[in-house]
Design a binder for this molecule. Sequence first.
Ligand code: DQA
Length: 146
Amino acid sequence: TSVLVLNGPNLNLLGTRQPEVYGSVTLADVEDLCETHGKSLGIKVSCLQSNHEGVLIDAIHDAKGTHGGIVLNAGAFTHTSVALMDAIASVELPVVEVHLSNIHAREAFRHKSFIAPVALGQIAGFGAKGYVLALDALAAHLGTGS
Ligand code: DQA
């Protein structure tokens, strides 16, 4: 099985972006962590980050037939994008939603997720470890080693 780890807007700035909120790990660290953890689960992990909604939508479309599921941190598009929600619903791939911060403990506008209704589940508040938990959840859903 292969899994796409998809990161949205501003996550390329991880490490220097509001470290008090998002921690000091960089996107490269997160992607390395995902690839290494994926290996231990027998999953091939591919990583992509984009600041552009359309690129993320294309990546979700292209994941169909290529990947068994998606780990998605859609950044601020989480709270705004009906188009991302529709893309996920259209491809019918299992998606685990991840946020480094606990979006439910932050501003009210971050409590709403357009991803959550079409996701397998949501992991928020555990920093970079959330991606590892998401891969575990996806592996369990897909059947380990499949
Ligand atoms: C985030 C939370 C979002 O509200 C925010 O816009 C982000 C990052 C997180 O990982 O905690 O860009 O998705």
